[in-house]
Design a protein around this ligand. Sequence first.
Ligand code: ATP
Length: 331
Amino acid sequence: MRRITLIKGDGIGPEVVKATVKVVEAAGAQIKWEEVDAGESAINEYGTVLPQTVIDSIKKNKIALKGPVGTPIGDGFRSVSVSLRKKLNLYANLRPIKSLPGVKSMYKNIDIVVVRENTEGLYSGIEHEVVPGVVESLKIITEKASTKIAKFAFQYAQKKNRKKISAIHKANIMKLSDGLFLQCARKVAQDYPKIQYNELIVDNTCMQLILNPHQFDVLLLENLYGDIVSDLCAGLIGGLGVAPGANIGDDYAIFEAIHGSAPDIAGKNLANPIALIRSSVLMLEHLGENEVAARITQAVHKVLEKGDTLTSDIGGHGKTTEITQEIIENL
Ligand code: ATP
């Protein structure tokens, strides 16, 4: 039995986590879950959104499956997701964007992988008030982290037989910070002559993704651009309810959907569990459980193709529990 840390999270978190655990167990994965609390649900008991028990559990188990976690705005709490990524040095955020059968979207056959730097950039959270009415927010870019994420992207591309990496930037304006990010990517690219490498400005990238997304293969981005562009990419395949993600470091990995805690639909049995179920597929592949992972993917595809229990975000009237049950029946 493999022990895995489980964070239910806030908002729709508990509903989509419950669904995912059911599917993973029904698919035959040998997993023992170790549940810990983080986010708003942890404040009452621990007085913090990120108790030490969470860090200790992930350090012990190495792998976590995580529901979305809310951060109260303006209460002095740092985002749990950002803190976890920094504390555990989960420097690579991987977001595969692949078209799904049965899900209405602008394009067919999209297959893009977003590789986002996860630990610095504007998400370093270093902000201060210079004088009343003027604040400064620092964008930190280091040679070390930029080289690490570029290497991750090229190694991933090589392993998965991908043909092209596009580094996305705004170095025409942020000449030093995005300039350094690009320099590091170019240097790493030289070691991978078989993989095509190009560079594109982030605003143009957004337009190109809407006009002609099939030109893209792997996107390499710093933190903020990666966050925004990956939501845009999720929109190309049917939205946040179906887009999976993973945060990967040298020692630990956390698997979580791109979406947030969606408080507007929380507790109503309306959330689409597929984004987290597909994140669990990434987790099972990471663990080498490829057969179980493939079984879940096939079941999800069958259910989407049939379309009887689709949740409202992808055009149906199904409930979280109904689509989950149908996926289990199709395993
Ligand atoms: P964050 O800042 O944490 O990324 P957010 O406020 O940008 O969060 P989300 O919580 O990700 O946004 O959700 C945006 C909207 O997308 C929600 O209001 C919700 O209606 C919809 N949504 C997100 N995830 C799902 C899901 N799994 N199923 C159905 N709808 C979803």
